[in-house]
Design a protein around this ligand. Structure first.
Ligand SMILES: *Cc1c(COP(=O)(O)O)cnc(C)c1O
Length: 360
C-alpha cells in the first residue's frame, strides 16, 4: 500500500527520506553489521551518532555554548514535574500562562510541587487566543515564567516570544520546536517531546541554560536532576538510542532542505492554504483568533457536527488519516508538521471542498 497522508497530532508523520534511510541502515549501520537498536550506548558508534545529533541540532537552532542539550525520556509530561523540581529554590513562586489543555497539565503538575501563580488565562474565551502580555499579572522575581508555545489540542500558537526581563523563560515547544527559527538566547529552558515534530516517541529534548542547572531545593533525586544528565551528557543510564538516531536523521534532513527559515516558509504556505480555505467556506469553522492560530495543528468543526463521522470515514478513503480531533474537544484536527508535504494539505483541501459540495 502506498503511504497515506498522516495528519496525526502525535506520534506524527516523519519525512519519507528519513524512514527510507533508517530502513536502509536497519540491519547494518555503516558497515558495523549491527542495527543501531542493538548497539551499546557506550560504544564509539552510538556515541558518534548522539554527538552528531546534538551538533546538528545546535547548528539548526543556533544553540549558544552556555546551553546544555539533554536527550531524556518520560516525555514532555515528566518535564512538567522536573522543571519546578529543578528551577525552584525555597519558597519562590513560578508564573504560568494558561492557554489550554497542555498548559493546564503543566500547571497542575507544578502545583503539587511548588507555589504557582497563573499570571494569565484564556479560559474566558474557551482557549481560542493568547492573552496579551500587557495583561499578565507577573510575580516579581518569579523562579521562572512558563508558557506553552503551541497548544496542540486547541490549535493556539504564540507568534511571539514573551519578554519577562531577568526571569527565566521556560517553554513547552513539544509541537512546534523546529517549525521556525528561534532565538534560543531569550530562553532559560526549552523542552519538547520528540513525537510531534522531531522524531519517534520515547525521546524528550531539553535545552537548558547552564546557570539554571543545580538550583533545585531540595535537590531532586538523581534521575530527575538536570545536573545528573548534563554531567553525564545524557548517558547516566541508557538513553532512548534508536529515537536519538532517528531524530538525528531528521535534523540532517532539515539542514539539507534549507534549515529552519526554509521550514518556516513551507509551514506558512501549508497553514495559509488550509486556513484560507476554511475561512472562505460556510461549512467549516476554526474558532481561533487569527493572529494566534497554530501553523502546526488546525482544529476545525463542520457546520453540522453530526456529519463529522462521515467526514472522517470519507477522508480515510482518500488516504487522509488521523484527522479526528482530540478526545477532550472532538471535531476535526489536521496537524501540519514539518514532514507533511504541501501536496497532503492540497489533497485535504480538495477533499473538504468536495465533501462540502456533496453534503453541505
Ligand atoms: C503532546 C504534548 C505534551 C505531552 O507529551 P508526552 O511526550 O506525551 O508527555 C505536552 N505538551 C504539548 C504541547 C504536547 O503537544
Amino acid at each position: 500500500m502506498p503511504r497515506v497522508f498522516n495528519f496525526s497530532a502525535g506520534p506524527g508523520t516523519l519525512p519519507e527520506e528519513v524512514l527510507l534511510q533508517a530502513a536502509d541502515e536497519m540491519l547494518d549501520w555503516h558497515g558495523t553489521g549491527l542495527s543501531v537498536m542493538e548497539m551499546s550506548h557506550r560504544g564509539k558508534e552510538f556515541i558518534s551518532i548522539a554527538e552528531e545529533a546534538e551538533a546538528d541540532l545546535r547548528k539548526l537552532l543556533g544553540i549558544p555554548a552556555g546551553y546544555h542539550v539533554l536527550f531524556l525520556q518520560g516525555g514532555a509530561s515528566l518535564q512538567f514535574e522536573m522543571i519546578p523540581m529543578n528551577l525552584i529554590q525555597g519558597r519562590a513562586i513560578a508564573d504560568y500562562i494558561h492557554t489550554g489543555e497542555w498548559a493546564k497539565k503543566a500547571i497542575n503538575a507544578a502545583k503539587s510541587l511548588a507555589d504557582v501563580n497563573v499570571a494569565a488565562s484564556a479560559e474566558d474565551r474557551a482557549f481560542t487566543y493568547v492573552p496579551a502580555q500587557s495583561e499578565w499579572q507577573l510575580t516579581e522575581r518569579a523562579a521562572y515564567l512558563h508558557y506553552t508555545a503551541n497548544e496542540t489540542i486547541n490549535g493556539v500558537e504564540f507568534g511571539w516570544v514573551p519578554d519577562v526581563g531577568d526571569v527565566p523563560l521556560v517553554s513547552d515547544m513539544s509541537s512546534n520546536l523546529l517549525s521556525r527559527p528561534l532565538d534560543v538566547e531569550r530562553f532559560g529552558l526549552i523542552y519538547a517531546g520528540a513525537q510531534k515534530n522531531i522524531g519517534p516517541a520515547g525521546l524528550a529534548l531539553v535545552i537548558v541554560r547552564e546557570d539554571l542547572i543545580g538550583l533545585g531545593e531540595p535537590t531532586p533525586p538523581a534521575m530527575l536532576d538536570y545536573a545528573t544528565h548534563a554531567k553525564t551528557r545524557s548517558m547516566y543510564n541508557t538513553p532512548p538510542t534508536y529515537a536519538v538516531y532517528v531524530a538525528g536523521l531528521v535534523f540532517k534532513w532539515l539542514l539539507e532542505t534549507g534549515g529552519l527559515a526554509a521550514a518556516e516558509q513551507r509551514n506558512i504556505a501549508k497553514a495559509a492554504l488550509l486556513y484560507d480555505f476554511i475561512d472562505s467556506s460556510d461549512f467549516y469553522v476554526n474558532p481561533v483568533e487569527k493572529a494566534d492560530r497554530s501553523r502546526m495543528n488546525v482544529p476545525f468543526r463542520l457546520a453540522s457536527p453530526d456529519l463529522e463521522a462521515d467526514f472522517l470515514a470519507g477522508a480515510a478513503k482518500h488516504d487522509l488519516v488521523e484527522l479526528k480531533g482530540h478526545r477532550s474537544v472532538g471535531g476535526v484536527r489536521a496537524s501540519l508538521y514539518n514532514a507533511m508535504p504541501i501536496e497532503g494539505v492540497q489533497a485535504l483541501v480538495d477533499y473538504m471542498a468536495e465533501f462540502a459540495t456533496t453534503k453541505g
